[in-house]
Design a binder for this molecule. Structure first.
Ligand code: TRP
Length: 330
């Protein structure tokens, strides 16, 4: 990895298949960033365990599938380090050290923690590990000396905690060894779900990057549109209509989109035509991803992840040595 480039680290939890929302909100950005940064992209399987510990059987499979999706979308293992958190034991070492110096109050006050405890029902999340979720995330970031962490707004409280933990480490041991990482926010509005609710695994209201053409067709047909438009001659609303939001993002033919919007507002086009053009556009977009994905075998992916873990451990080991020196362990 080059010394005159800044480092980025980002990660995703392997809790299910990746979908268009992940692409627009993160992966697209990562593909661009890997050209100018030393890039580390991490499958956060320990973080997944914190919410999935009662049923961990899918985490490993999902980890491989996520890496496949990333590479199919253009994350290039020759340019970026792609790795799985649990294959780099230094994450747990630094997590332990950080957990010693993080005041409980910081974690208890963390808005994401309080929110998730409230919102996620049916699973017992009041655990020690779940409270410490952001401490492990701080360790992830600090181990690669990340200058920049590309994330969505929902992760900002964790970034702020990371900066606080790093500052506390520096002041306790009177030595500056980490960068204070800056968030890099993705500038796009969140892609809504097919049913106009928040896109979520538990609602099943998304198009997966690995969905085949027919599934995409079916899902687009079932999309929520303007509910007041009972027939195609009724003028409809384009604003706040997920079908047009998706057209704006995935249909490169801007004239076609403008024409559909005009006719929709005038009550001169049926939903079937609007949706059919949308599924066609999404399928054109997904086709190269799908076919690249089909060439990636599990063996190939495992190999990439092993190489990635090696490269990640090299970097993480250097940082861990500095940490241990500060703690008089070396
Ligand atoms: N908490 C992040 C999420 O749920 C995933 C994650 C784990 C992460 N470690 C990270 C993101 C480090 C950025 C940096 O999306």
């Amino acid at each position: 990895m080059s010394n005159d480039r800044k480092n980025i680290l980002s990660g995703m939890r392997p809790t299910g298949r990746l979908h268009l929302g992940h692409y627009v909100g993160a992966i697209k950005n990562w593909v661009e960033l890997q050209e100018t940064y030393n890039s580390y992209f991490m499958v956060a399987d320990w973080h997944a365990l914190m919410s999935e510990y009662e049923n961990p059987s899918n985490i490993k499979l999902n980890s491989i599938e996520i890496a496949k999706d990333w590479i199919a979308c253009g994350i290039d293992p020759a340019k970026s380090v792609i790795f799985v958190q649990s294959m780099v034991p230094e994450h747990l070492e630094l997590n332990m050290v950080f957990s010693m110096i993080t005041p409980l109050g910081w974690l208890e006050r963390c808005t994401t923690y309080k929110e998730q405890l409230r919102e996620i029902t049916g699973r017992m999340l009041a655990t020690y590990g779940f409270l410490g979720y952001p401490v492990l995330q701080a360790a992830d970031i600090a181990l690669y000396n990340a200058h920049v962490v590309p994330v969505g707004v929902d992760q900002l409280p964790h970034l702020e905690l990371t900066r606080e933990i790093i500052r506390r480490f520096h002041s306790l041991y009177n030595k500056t060894i980490f960068n204070e990482p800056e968030p890099l926010l993705t500038q796009v509005p969140k892609l809504v779900g097919l049913d106009n609710r928040k896109m979520s695994k538990s609602y099943g209201n998304f198009i997966a990057l690995s969905d085949d053409a027919n599934v995409v067709k079916k899902k687009v047909r079932s999309m929520y549109t303007d509910p007041n438009r009972v027939s195609s001659d009724v003028p409809g609303n384009v604003e706040g209509n997920p079908v047009f939001m998706y057209h704006d993002i995935f249909n490169p033919d801007k004239n076609e989109v403008a024409d559909l919007k005009e006719r929709y507002k005038a009550g001169k086009v049926g939903d079937v035509e609007v949706k059919d053009k949308l599924q066609a556009a999404i399928n054109v977009f997904l086709e190269p991803i799908r076919s690249k994905r089909n060439t990636l075998t599990d063996d190939y992916i495992m190999n990439i992840l092993q190489e990635g873990a090696k490269a990640a451990r090299y970097q993480a080991g250097k940082v861990m040595s500095k940490v241990k020196k500060c703690l008089h362990q070396l």
